[in-house]
Every structure is written in C-alpha cells, then in structure tokens.
Design a protein around this ligand. Structure first.
Ligand SMILES: *[C@@H]1O[C@H](CO)[C@@H](O)[C@H](O)[C@H]1NC(C)=O
Ligand SMILES: *[C@@H]1O[C@H](CO)[C@@H](O)[C@H](O)[C@H]1NC(C)=O
Ligand SMILES: *[C@@H]1O[C@H](CO)[C@@H](O)[C@H](O)[C@H]1NC(C)=O
Ligand SMILES: *[C@@H]1O[C@H](CO)[C@@H](O)[C@H](O)[C@H]1NC(C)=O
Length: 189
C-alpha cells in the first residue's frame, strides 16, 4: 500500500512537471519584482514648458497636410496633417532646440475646430536625450487652453502619465503657421 501511494505521488509530480513546461501558450507571463525596474522608488512629478513650432509655409515646412478635409467641411473634418516640429526652450524659433514633436493632427469634429492629436515629444538634449513622452488627445484648437493626456513614455520617462496644457502664442491666419506653448506635467520614476 505504501508503495502504491509513493508511486501515485511520484506520478502526480511527473504530470505536474510535464504540464508546467508544456508549450500551450497559456503560461507565457510571469510576475517579477518591481525593484528590477526601479519601480519601488517614489514617483516624481516633473514640470517643463516647451514651444512647438508648426511651420506650414516657406521652402522648408515642418508640417504638411497629408489628406484634404471632406468636401464642403468648414471645420477641417477628415483632414490630416503630419508634422516633425521643432520643440524649443523659448517661444523664439532660434532659442535652444530641445527636441522634436513628431505625429499628426486630424480634423475629428464636424461642427467645430477640434483635432485628434497623436504625437511623441522626442527629446535631444542633456540627460533627456533619447527619452520620449507620448501625447494622445482632443485639441479644440480655438480654445485658450487645451488639455491633453500624456499616455506613456520611454527612457527617463518610462511608465509616464500626466497631461499637457497647450496655449497658442502666435498664429498666422494667412498661412497657418503657429507657435504653441506646451506646459507639461509628467509623473514618472
Ligand atoms: C458642396 O457645396 C456645393 C455648393 O454649395 C454643392 O453644390 C455640393 O453639392 C456640396 N457637396 C456635398 C458633397 O455636399
Ligand atoms: C533670435 O532671433 C531674434 C530675431 O530674429 C534676434 O533678435 C535674437 O538675437 C536671436 N537670438 C539668438 C540667440 O540668436
Ligand atoms: C510614438 O512612439 C511610439 C513608440 O515609439 C510609437 O509606437 C508611436 O507610433 C509613435 N506615435 C506617433 C504619433 O508618432
Ligand atoms: C543624443 O544622442 C545621440 C544618439 O546617441 C547622439 O548622436 C547625440 O550626439 C546626442 N546629443 C546630445 C546633445 O547629447
């Protein structure tokens, strides 16, 4: 009897061992220690302002319409613009270049000027060189302050979340060139 119990126990162990290494696609994740990624530290709240230069005019535009709005739309509905805009430390375009804002804005409202914006701020200076934050949100461009969420980041901004406040500082109504201040609040480790 004792032998039989021992045999059954051994069999159970073997079956467990085989099924735990079975490649059935059900068990491909594991929980790891937060410390491995430095996530046991307290989150920091970082604030900074950058100036976003949307240049559509001239021989070297940084922002280009890639799709016309739908016929007869008076609100740019269905239109899309792709940009690789300079981000500077001051409102002047010749102030320190901090990085690039790369992404798109697309007309997403039929009865008002409101864009869907998806972009990355790719930083190029100092310790932030190579780090990014990703912004995805609704931008009713004619409002004085537009708030959009920061949905993630990379490098020093890994696990980032937060929001930006966008304020137009300059707008050329003839050619659409604009300078927008982005005041950014980022929680990260
Ligand atoms: C656009 O407006 C023009 C002039 O008002 C009209 O003739 C045309 O049918 C409209 N097109 C659409 C798709 O609504
Ligand atoms: C930036 O340009 C403005 C006007 O064009 C000029 O007055 C200023 O001196 C320039 N600043 C730098 C740092 O080059
Ligand atoms: C932002 O960067 C992320 C990660 O590199 C990428 O998946 C995403 O497509 C980028 N978004 C835009 C709008 O460029
Ligand atoms: C930023 O990083 C890139 C790639 O590693 C490097 O080529 C560049 O010189 C760096 N720029 C600054 C300002 O440190």
């Amino acid at each position: 009897m004792a032998k039989l119990i021992f045999f059954l126990a051994l069999l159970t162990l073997l079956v467990a061992a085989v099924s735990s290494t079975r490649d059935d696609g059900e068990d491909f994740t594991r929980t790891i220690d937060r410390k491995l990624l430095g996530l046991h530290k307290k989150e920091k709240l970082t604030h900074f302002k950058v100036y976003w230069h949307d240049i559509l005019s001239g021989p070297n535009p940084s922002s280009m319409r890639i799709k016309l709005p739908v016929t007869n739309s008076t609100s740019y509905f269905g239109g899309a613009t792709m940009f690789d805009n300079a981000l500077t430390a001051k409102a002047e375009i010749n102030s320190t270049l901090l990085g690039q804002a790369q992404g798109f804005y697309a007309g997403a409202a039929q009865k008002e000027f409101s864009f869907l914006v998806g972009m990355n701020f790719s930083f190029k200076t100092g310790k932030y060189n190579g780090s990014t934050i990703t912004i995805l949100g609704r931008n009713p461009v004619l409002s004085e302050v537009r708030e959009m969420p920061i949905v993630g980041g990379s490098g020093l901004f890994r696990f980032a979340r937060g929001y930006v406040e966008a304020r137009t500082k300059f707008l050329n109504l003839k050619n659409g060139d604009a300078i927008v201040e982005y005041s950014c609040y980022v929680l990260h480790y």
